[in-house]
Write a protein that binds this ligand. Structure first.
Ligand SMILES: [Zn+2]
Length: 547
């Protein structure tokens, strides 16, 4: 819950002994802003999100890719110029225009708020502004999202069904269409509302507002803060959509936001970040907002489960989840009293986030939402921090992750690399796609491209100086970020455990190991590392310190 700096993470890596050495864990390093290339805006004359979703299916069948459905009149994605004439001339789907460069919202035929949001978001991407913000944010030091992945809460199925009926839903028809979640919590995962990140996904984005009726109203969402969150949600979900094709998958998100400035259902009596609440109390305001929308039965979880099922029907999507966002401008704390601020449940029903999240910039909201969305689809955490949760095994981390191991967990893989499910950079590591239901084989995590070459010709000597052993090696690579030096007691063939004792800069070829026990034998080996992982080890050499 407290901000943890990278040096603590590095210390953790040094003291945890990995039981097995895995091949370098690969990550796609070019993904941070490459999704903004070729970003396109599609305008449509549909009457509902469901109709827009049908048009999306058509566009994808023609070779286009849709990242976001933002209203019945607007979607964004990647449309190559060659297919635009066939899209706009077809008679069955009312695709009226495709833009590849910024367009003034005033020139758009549809002036509803959600379409204007879509145009403004598209302009921020097509103008390069979004990429500049992502690049600026990506350089900042990030803390892990501690203890933020939780098991799905229990459901009262009777209350879930009752909530659907209260909303006027034909439950039998929904059952026939496969939209209901599974009644049996022992079948895991349920067929639920967010089993796999494929096809179409509706995200209900609830902006919680307070009205002063129960406790003092301190903060009110501003249009600027709301729009910032919406644009960052667009970034987060476009990034996921852009990753999918590399893993044989396709995913489109339908962002259904509930405006705190105009939708009275978002207003309720509590002020979440007034400094008196713990994270365990979020059910109070989530329940109130759900009640305002007409969900009356059971716990706030039962209501959000039902809301997500309603969303699937409303937006015509395969899956749905909810993002609850509470407002805490500069005067407010950035966590609840117990230190929590952002978390998600495996398989849903919701992720909870703040406008300002502890230790992060406001502009980091997109990365946090992207990370939490991974958990909603059963992606595992890959960071480990004693006392702060995270992963403690390289085995599958939950029952919904398709049996895919959590091989980039830093607790058990000393080659673990930084990526979205570890500490947040816009990089997808190789196990996560399998966990969220994309095409995956163990080989995906075994290739060794762009790793540095191993150092060689390691020589170790105990010089005249006592308690010291000197190392020299040959540097064979030109792409290393540095070298890890490992040591163990005894000869090279001893069964003692290796320990990482030093991290020395790129192009280093020597290291002095000081303050050793006199007249004792130590063995050494060295390997190079970079952002893709570690090289093989050098040869092993031993030396005995002076008596
Ligand atoms: Zn997490």
């Amino acid at each position: 819950m407290k901000k943890i700096k990278y040096f603590l993470l590095v210390a953790t890596l040094i003291f945890v002994t990995a039981p097995t050495v895995m091949a370098g864990t690969q990550a796609n390093m070019n993904s941070q802003t490459s999704w903004t290339n070729g970003y396109s805006l599609v305008l449509l004359d549909c009457n509902s999100l469901k109709e827009a979703k049908s048009a999306r299916d058509y566009i994808e069948s023609q070779g286009g890719r849709i990242a976001l459905i933002l209203s019945e009149h607007a979607m964004t994605g990647w449309i190559s110029p060659e297919i635009i004439p066939s899209l706009t001339s077809n008679k069955q789907y009312p695709i009226t225009a495709v833009y590849l460069s910024p367009v003034s919202p005033d020139l758009i035929e549809y002036q509803d708020a959600k379409t204007i949001y879509a145009v403004n978001f598209f302009n921020s991407v097509a103008s390069g502004e979004a990429a500049r913000k992502i690049a600026a944010s990506a350089t900042a030091e990030k803390a892990p999202l501690v203890d933020d992945a939780r098991d799905a809460p229990p459901i009262s199925y009777g209350d879930y069904i009752h909530n659907l009926k209260q909303m006027g839903i034909d439950v039998d028809a929904y059952k026939d269409r496969g939209l209901l979640i599974n009644a049996d919590a022992n079948i895991s995962p349920a067929p639920g509302n967010s089993d796999v990140m494929t096809g179409t996904v509706a995200m209900g984005m609830l902006f919680i507002e307070s009205d002063g009726s129960i406790e003092g109203n301190l903060y009110d969402w501003t249009a600027a803060a709301r729009d910032d969150m919406l644009n960052q949600a667009g970034i987060a979900l476009s990034w996921w959509a852009n990753q999918a094709p590399a893993y044989g998958a396709s995913v489109t998100f339908s962002i259904c936001y509930f405006d705190p400035l105009t939708n009275p259902a978002m207003s309720q009596g509590y002020e979440p970040l007034n400094g008196t609440h713990t994270s365990g109390q979020v059910g109070l305001w989530i329940d109130a907002v759900m009640t305002n929308m007409g969900y009356l039965s059971g716990s706030h979880f039962d209501k959000v489960y039902a809301f997500n099922t309603w969303l699937k029907g409303y937006a015509g999507t395969d899956w749905a989840y909810t993002a609850v966002v509470c407002y805490n401008p500069a005067a407010a704390p950035t966590t609840y009293n117990d230190g929590y601020f952002a978390w998600a449940y495996y398989g849903g029903p919701y992720t909870h986030l703040l406008y300002r999240n502890n230790g992060y910039e406001i502009s980091d909201f997109a990365e946090i939402l992207a990370h939490e969305t991974g958990h909603i689809f059963y992606a595992c955490d890959e960071y480990y921090q004693p006392g702060y949760g995270g992963c403690t095994s390289c085995d599958p981390c939950n029952t919904g992750s398709h049996g895919v191991p959590n091989g980039n967990c830093e607790y058990c893989n000393q080659d673990a690399v930084l990526c979205m499910m570890r500490t947040g950079p816009w990089v997808l590591c190789c196990y996560t796609p399998g966990q969220i239901g994309w095409s995956w084989t163990p080989d995906d995590c075994q290739s060794g491209g762009n790793l540095p070459l191993a150092p060689s010709n390691l020589i170790v000597r105990a010089p005249q100086r006592p308690k010291t052993i000197g190392l020299r090696w040959g540097d064979n690579s030109d792409n290393e970020d540095g070298f890890f030096v490992e040591r163990k007691r005894g000869r090279c063939r001893s069964n003692r455990a290796w320990q990482e004792i030093a991290d020395v800069p790129a192009d280093s070829t020597r290291y002095q190991n000081r303050r050793l026990r006199p007249n004792a034998t130590f063995s050494y080996r060295v390997r190079a590392y970079n952002g893709n992982g570690n090289s093989d080890y050098s040869n092993c050499r031993s030396a005995t310190t002076q008596p």
